[in-house]
Design a protein around this ligand. Sequence first.
Ligand code: CMP
Length: 140
Amino acid sequence: MAIEQTLSLIKPDATRRGLTGAINARIEAAGLAIVAQRRVRLTVAQAEGFYAVHRERGFFADLVAYMASGPVVAQVLEGEGAVARYRELMGPTDPAKAPSGTLRAEFALGLQENSVHGSDSVANAATEIACFFSRLDIVG
Ligand code: CMP
């Protein structure tokens, strides 16, 4: 399988509860390397831009307000099949449907406050990584 990169966000519900280290330990234990990381507070405009694909959805305004409500930790994860591997580690969007052992089953508070985001394709990963990092920031 090809070496891929994916964009991970540790979301405000998780940073607020001091879960960055616990989530990072799970990421590394799953065989994914954290090759870039920064903690940032998104503005409303930045959150709207990042989630623009969801702008017609009923939950968009709430999602944007939540994502701008506190720090996020943005990360580039690298490894074989990193996009699918991280989505498997996260579990589905709705934590009520997440298998035990996944990040969302263990840490998420609800459908919106679901602790982590991961890119859904290699192409979208490249776009999302560029929202937070330049080439020089990513050190494998
Ligand atoms: P994420 O994987 O980052 O992609 C979009 C985010 O929108 C999702 O995680 C949740 O945080 C949020 N989201 C998705 N569906 C809903 C929903 N039905 N109601 C509220 N928030 C949602």
